[in-house]
Design a protein around this ligand. Sequence first.
Ligand SMILES: [Cu+2]
Length: 622
Amino acid sequence: MENSHPINRSQFLRIGMTVASGMLLPGSLNAFSREHSNKAVHPLHTFVQPPMLEANNGLLDMTLTATYWDTKLSGADLKQQYPVSLRAYAYDAYGPNHVGPTLVVNGGDQLRIKLVNNLPVNPPFPAFRDPANYMKPNTTNLHVHGLHVYPGIYADKHPLEYGDFVVDPNSGGVKPDGDSRQYAYKIPKNHPAGPFYYHPQYHGSSALQSASLMSGAIMVRGPVDNLPEMDQAKELIFLFQASYFATKSNRSNYVVSDGLLEKFAQIANYPTGHGTNKDNHGVVDIQPVLINGVRQPTIVMESGEVQRWRFINTQVFNYLNLSLDEHIFHQYTIDGWGSSNYQDYPDGRQKNGKCILLAAGNRSSVLIRAGATGTYFLRSLPFKIAQGKKTVTLPEHILAKIVVIDSKKIMRLPPTPLPVSSFLKPITDQEFARAGGRKRSIIFNLIGNDILDLSRNDPSLIEAAIDQSASIALALKESAKKAIAAVKESLSELTGKPIEGSQYFPPFVFPTYDYQLQPANSIIQNVILDAIEEWTIFNSNSIAHAFHIHVNPMYIIKVNGFPIDPYWCDTLALPAGGTQEMPTSVTFRMRFADFIGPYILHSQMLTYADLGMVQRVTVLPK
Ligand SMILES: [Cu+2]
């Protein structure tokens, strides 16, 4: 079957090899990099900062425009550029680029983003609507990953304004060819300071769009950033990208030509299409990771200089296992959630070294003090992404080159304890018990769809597949109706008020049109506002799934049932090597504070999310 596809895996291998060779610094980004525009840059320095937009008088108001973009990308050979066709963000009066602008806000600020969708109209659906097909690759929306902000719609505004709202029905979203939506995020005063990011989250097309160039950083500033030593340390923002791209030969559709998400999953795992190299003992070749659109940029540092690096893994599937040759990462945020002390990560290749593991969606802030004059590499060291029957190892990968030049500079790390927001108070056993000790479990488990797989080979099975899909959709709709009715009834009893028409309970829209299996509408976790709960996420698969929940951070307390040093995060690597009989697990506590739902929890391996690894979280008023 593979051979009948216009683009099959071996062709991707070839294209991948081509694109995996090279580029110079994109000229447009040079002009774009405001930070360096006024300063002489060392001739070796090729690291490019995304442009930075900062809030002024409590407000950052900007426009993001989604658009097709034909550009060039790099690979291993730094002297070559290769044409690719991607989806990207333009902003304000500037054209599209390899990365969206960095948006800088403080606690208490308002961030306003007007999202304009200038992608062209969606391609027609194929005759048979396989649930694994892209349905609307050019419909979009926006998610602010990790931010603790209102996830609903401000219904009192005309036109409507949106918080971090991603539960668009299938008829909804920001439609192609000019539709727009005003997002308004009120950053709480005590919002922790750290790196966050924005990306599309329209169900069914989030992977395709996010794995294009559609993401950008959000930096929330706070007291930690005002420490003199922190302020003096040059800040570099790294958006790690492994772009999925259409090439000249198939750029007309900007999608995988057969439209199959599963095929995309395969490619997004290994975006050059290299796939598992069978002759290489289960080690996979991966697309060279770019940093802000540049392949293996060079960073020039002065010996003794301290810099702060903000890492954001915007990939939609792969892990990064970061290590810096002969240097120590002094980590002070996990995702966007700060700690009062540094966690030290010495060179992961050495005996007592360790790596910073970033699942898709994970972030980290580190300080580095440059050592002796010389050349060093920022690497992703090998990582077992799947264990068990079949072990799959992501290979070592050089991400950037660090050239340390001679200097008399002596810079200090900011002294500890670093200031941390009161928002990140530990959730103690006592607090959890007082709140009622509520626990729940969620299981990550990939299941195959045999009828659909067969139907691709045998058209006579298509009818059966449609019938099956329709009956599943009907059953889900009925059970969702019942669950909602029950919740409304119990709420009415509790409050003594009719719940219909309440501002807390917007009308529930059933997706009945083009595609009935909208998973975020099917399974709902109902939580009461201000609840404190303990959740265990089980992984029944060999692969290390990445778990992410919107709006509230997780306080991680156990891995595989064993207590660990607790920490806050919003995106989580579930240990690899789970089975149905013996799943791996992570346990966290959460305060469902400040905001009612609905929002979502999902796999941050967005290809899996688009295929259904999504649930809705509805936080109900007390
Ligand atoms: Cu998110």
